[in-house]
Design a protein. Sequence first.
Length: 258
Amino acid sequence: MSEQRWRLDGQTALVTGASAGIGLAITRELLGLGADVLMVARDADMLEQVRDELQDEFPARALHGLSADVSDEEDRRAVLDWVEDHVDGLHLLINNAGGNVTRAAVDYTEDEWRGIFETNLYSAFELSRYAHPLLTRHATSAIVNVGSVSGLTHVRSGAPYGMSKAAMHQMTRNLAAEWAEDGVRVNAVAPWYIRTRRTSGPLSDPDYYEQVLERTPMRRIGEPEEVAAAVAFLCLPASSYITGECIAVDGGFLRYGF
């Protein structure tokens, strides 16, 4: 019994933004723990490539991919229809898809900042609501939202990004309390700088890179696999009494600020 607390055998997870970076690491982590995974990402070619690679790596696992933009309402509904076509219910939902445009607050166009909210917040809220009937087909299930330390303190990623992630963290708390009676746990993780394609631009500036390290007690950038491990823990039966939490994966950054 104790071993099964640390396994996800027989469970199916839906992961958004699954073809690269943190989402790809989460997908690989869940597959390694025995879950079957439904991958969603915008880039169809990249998605197909990584799905094939992962299928070779985990031949015993069911692994499907769908190209969709979760910031689009029609695509969100298509994702859930696709899920219902492949599985009877859903055990895990990982709301990882996100995006950003970094500007001074007064320089955003309305379309830009609203688009950030659509991708980062509204997609997660709507997918969680759409997935609720599928998640409740099982006695226990879990949602994990990939938030950010920018939703907990000021960082230089731009106001709309931080606002959208702060709202995601509050959504996590609200849904956790509301859906506990349905057997659905809802938690979040809040990464600081993680080594991905998206962060390679700002971190390529040596001065900025050093400033980031100065505000990070562990003096290094995080790896996608380190976020994936925290997400996986919140999916496991071993975390069955944890809900409404937001775990920072930040090398101690939040104890310093920036």
